[in-house]
Design a protein around this ligand. Structure first.
Ligand code: AMP
Ligand code: ZN
Ligand code: FE
Ligand code: FE
Length: 306
């Protein structure tokens, strides 16, 4: 049994996961975890049930959420995790509400584009899948599968919904440093989620077929590069805003990418976390596929209290 490890990034049906808090707690227990963080997108609504479920399973519960922010000028989506925030903080509540409204508006705009592209999806179907959760592209992708328009979620993203794809609609988002400020002001600890998937270095296949990572590599979506100076400038701003950690171990990071970000964490005195970013059936990853030690969790907690 792994000694006291925590999965610091999981989703449920309270956002775009397919499992309930109770199911996540049971899975975490089965994986021998000491506890887990609930980090649904733009909401803290699932906390009460997750906390109760963790208590029943004898697990530690870390309350969290995941904000989508956007790097101005690039359109790059940068996700920030906030742990132990005050769920009643007025600015935080206002921003979550704004993001959820914006998600509804965007979903309708995406459905208009899909209809124009000959892939019509009824708004009611998306609503039936998302329920009360902040609606996200994975819900729309699921509706497309159920309508027989695509074979699976990957195809829905690849052909239509991916960033800058034919049915992609941008949504209001804070600048990344504002997201960190908001979390810190609400008493939380902020961690930059899956930096490799937002900022690179992206894994590229070389002409000879070998696979490697390059800071200057083109994003797989083919919409530009993230020059190193820009990444360092962003990190400067995030650290000044009070960033506490970097998510080093994430399913989207291969070993060279994880090593790159582990070095960045050391260089910038940031904590290095690990997670699965579990989404139930919507992502092929198991609960506990990445974890964080109890010691790092404790250090993170201490940074939140600062
Ligand atoms: P949204 O919150 O609506 O912008 O959707 C973002 C979510 O969609 C992410 O958190 C991922 O879970 C998922 N996602 C983004 N890109 C892809 C992709 N290419 N394939 C599958 N899922 C994706
Ligand atoms: Zn998600
Ligand atoms: Fe994310
Ligand atoms: Fe996530």
């Amino acid at each position: 049994m792994p000694d006291h490890r925590f999965d610091l990034h999981t989703h449920t049906t309270f956002s775009d996961g397919t499992t309930t808090p109770e199911e996540n707690a049971a899975l975490a227990r089965a994986e021998g975890l000491a506890g887990l963080a609930l980090t649904d997108h733009d909401t803290t609504e699932g906390w009460a049930r997750m906390e109760a479920a963790c208590a029943r399973q004898g697990l530690g519960f870390i309350p969290g959420l995941e904000f989508s922010t956007e790097l101005p000028g690039t359109g790059a989506s940068v996700h920030i995790l906030g742990y132990w925030v005050d769920p009643e903080d007025a600015d935080l509540v206002a921003e979550c509400g704004r993001l959820r409204d914006e998600r509804r508006r965007r979903a309708e705009a995406i459905l208009v584009l899909l209809a124009d592209l000959g892939a019509p999806v009824a708004s009611e179907c998306v609503t039936a899948i998302a329920g009360d959760a902040p609606v996200g592209r994975p819900h729309i992708a699921q509706a497309m599968v159920e309508a027989g328009l695509v074979a699976d979620l990957d195809e829905a993203f690849e052909r239509y919904l991916a960033d800058h794809g034919p049915a992609w609609v941008p949504k209001h988002a804070l600048a990344p440093e504002r997201g960190v400020e908001l979390i810190v002001a609400a008493g939380g600890a902020a961690v930059l989620a899956h930096p490799g998937s937002s900022l690179g270095p992206w894994t590229v296949a070389a002409a000879d077929g070998s696979v490697g990572s390059s800071v200057e590599a083109e994003a797989s979506a083919g919409h530009g590069r993230m020059p190193q100076a820009e990444v360092e400038g962003l990190l400067d701003r995030l650290c000044a805003a009070g960033l506490a950690g970097l998510e080093v171990e994430h399913p989207s990071h291969d070993e060279p990418v994880a090593r790159h970000w582990r070095e960045v964490a050391v260089r910038r005195d940031l904590l290095a976390t690990g997670c699965s970013d579990f989404h139930g059936a919507r992502k092929p990853v198991r609960m506990g596929a990445g974890t964080t030690s109890a010691g790092v969790v404790q250090s993170l907690r201490a940074r939140a209290a600062r």
